[in-house]
Design a protein around this ligand. Structure first.
Ligand SMILES: Nc1ncnc2c1ncn2[C@@H]1O[C@H](COP(=O)(O)OP(=O)(O)OP(=O)(O)O)[C@@H](O)[C@H]1O
Ligand SMILES: [Mg+2]
Length: 322
């Protein structure tokens, strides 16, 4: 059986009458990259604050790295790393001094060798004695992550690690997160707004909305669950449409036919039944996580051309289903 690193049981956080986190339960497996995905105000940061013991839960409990977040806060803190969305670096100090400060704050002894290795791994070694105030945003992020790994944690929590980064820097950070998982064998718990990020990076994703977990699974499972696969046919005049009588046609005009299918594999069924005469092209339309999110929450996280396309697609699917 998989070893569990974060075990969340009926966890809630209430501010006055408002439930920021509403009775959530899930488990994060050792060594995986787990993503908590949700729109603004969904409860992502609150969840991270509860799990990192920065804020006590109203009810429920969780264990992190085997320790109870209510009764064993010190042990939890000793075994986790945390990267917040806010800047935590001291600009007047150099990289090495920032690492030293982190070690002092956390009471980590003999940190130097680990720090040197981290700087090397993250390609910051040559900037060891450079003032952090002159670092680029990407370099700062790398240093913050190195600092969070200084105590060799079992699990690292990252609250929107790539927010505000350009595409190139984001990709660099994804590679770094994979290094953390693969080389350092650290479990990664991250929150994000970016569908693409969750899709590419996470082994499993929990979608949170209004404080509740509304879906959980691997990106593929979630996409499969939400459906949205389709086959697009480009056809010439005279195409034999009767060969498609057993399929659900979503859209049809002179040159294009869109057929709904339940999963990727059903494309083969279409191919087997179709009369190939007058068929110009055939291609599979795969749902994006954006479309999954949209379907589950009725809202989209990040407007991309793709998500707008899928919004059209889903309203079309809904229309066809009525
Ligand atoms: N200290 C607090 N007092 C009162 N309400 C709070 C407090 N902290 C958070 N909230 C509310 O709880 C809800 C969840 O906030 P949270 O910061 O967890 O959302 P989030 O998913 O991280 O959103 P974002 O994507 O904007 O960072 C929000 O409606 C927020 O206003
Ligand atoms: Mg947040």
């Amino acid at each position: 059986m998989d070893e569990i690193t974060v075990d969340v049981r009926n966890l809630s956080k209430q501010y006055g009458n408002f439930k920021a986190v509403d009775n959530i339960s899930f488990a994060v497996k050792k060594g995986e990259i787990f993503g908590l995905l949700g729109p603004n105000g969904a409860g992502k940061t609150t969840t991270i604050k509860l799990l990192t013991t920065l804020s006590p839960p109203t009810s429920g409990n969780a264990s992190v790295a085997g320790y109870d977040i209510i009764k064993q806060q010190k042990e939890v803190k000793r075994n986790i790393g945390w990267v917040s969305a806010e800047i935590i670096l001291d600009d007047d100090l150099n990289a090495w001094e920032n690492l030293g400060l982190q070690a002092a704050l956390q009471g980590i002894t003999n940190w130097e060798e680990n720090a040197d290795n981290l700087l090397k791994y993250f390609e910051l070694a040559e900037f060891k004695y450079k003032n952090v105030g002159k670092f680029s945003t990407g370099m700062r992020k790398k240093l913050e992550i190195a600092m969070a790994l200084l105590n060799s944690p079992e699990v690292i929590f990252m609250d929107e690690p790539t927010i505000g980064l350009d595409v190139g820097t984001r990709k660099m950070l994804w590679d770094l997160i994979l290094i953390i998982k693969n080389e350092y064998k650290v479990t990664v718990f991250l929150t994000t707004h970016y569908m693409e990020e969750a899709d590419q990076l996470c082994d499993r994703i929990a979608i949170i909305s209004h404080g509740k977990i509304i879906a959980l699974g691997s990106p593929t499972e979630l996409k499969q669950k939400a459906g949205g696969y389709a086959v697009n046919l480009e056809v010439n005049d005279g195409f034999d449409i009767s060969s498609l009588k057993n399929f659900h046609i979503l859209e049809k005009n002179k040159s294009k036919i869109l057929i709904e299918i339940n999963s990727k594999d059903n494309m083969l069924d279409v191919l087997r039944s179709i009369n190939l005469e007058n068929l110009k092209s055939i291609n599979l339309i795969t749902p994006s996580l954006d479309s999954v999110f949209l379907k589950l929450t009725g809202s989209t996280i990040k407007e991309t051309e793709e998500s707008v396309d899928y919004r059209k697609f889903y309203s079309m699917v809904r229309r066809n289903m009525q």
